[in-house]
Ligand binder design. Structure first.
Ligand code: FES
Length: 141
């Protein structure tokens, strides 16, 4: 399967503690509102859940590294296409289908995230306090 084109093109921002404009809000007005983003070399996925909340999280699943850009938007979150772990817009795992029903392991699993907000018709990411940017894998050069 071909790698989805990053929209917008890769952004390189050298100013910490800054809100960065990622894209027009209208870019997510599509049946499957999910876009791969590269920000300072980090591989991310931007998506809107069914409740309208935005998520900007690391692109690789913490289980076996599957590319979440190919995940399914369902149950108000993003489900990994490989084994079905399910994540909310903050990157928190909320379900692991193959685990025993009473397992609580999912609570300890969280994908690093970058705070994101929608203002004035654009989607903005915050590269400062509260951001997990340093934990997100960089794309190979
Ligand atoms: S690789 Fe994502 S659930 Fe296994």
């Amino acid at each position: 399967m071909a790698d989805p084109a990053p929209i917008p093109a890769e952004l390189q921002i050298d100013a910490p503690q800054t809100w960065v404009r990622l894209i027009e809000s209208a870019a997510l007005d599509m049946p499957r509102p999910l876009i791969p983003v590269r920000l300072n070399g980090k591989r991310l996925v931007l998506f809107r859940d069914e409740a309208g909340s935005l998520g900007l999280i690391g692109r690789n699943c913490p289980h076996r590294g599957a590319d979440l850009c190919y995940g399914r938007l369902e149950d108000n979150g993003l489900r990994c296409p490989f084994h079905g772990w399910h994540f909310d817009h903050t990157g928190q795992c909320v379900e692991q289908p193959a685990e025993p029903e009473d397992s609580q392991m999912y609570k300890a699993i969280k994908i690093p995230m970058i705070p994101v907000e929608e203002r004035d018709g654009s989607i903005w990411a915050y590269l400062g306090t509260g951001s997990d940017a340093e934990l997100i894998k960089e794309a190979p050069a």
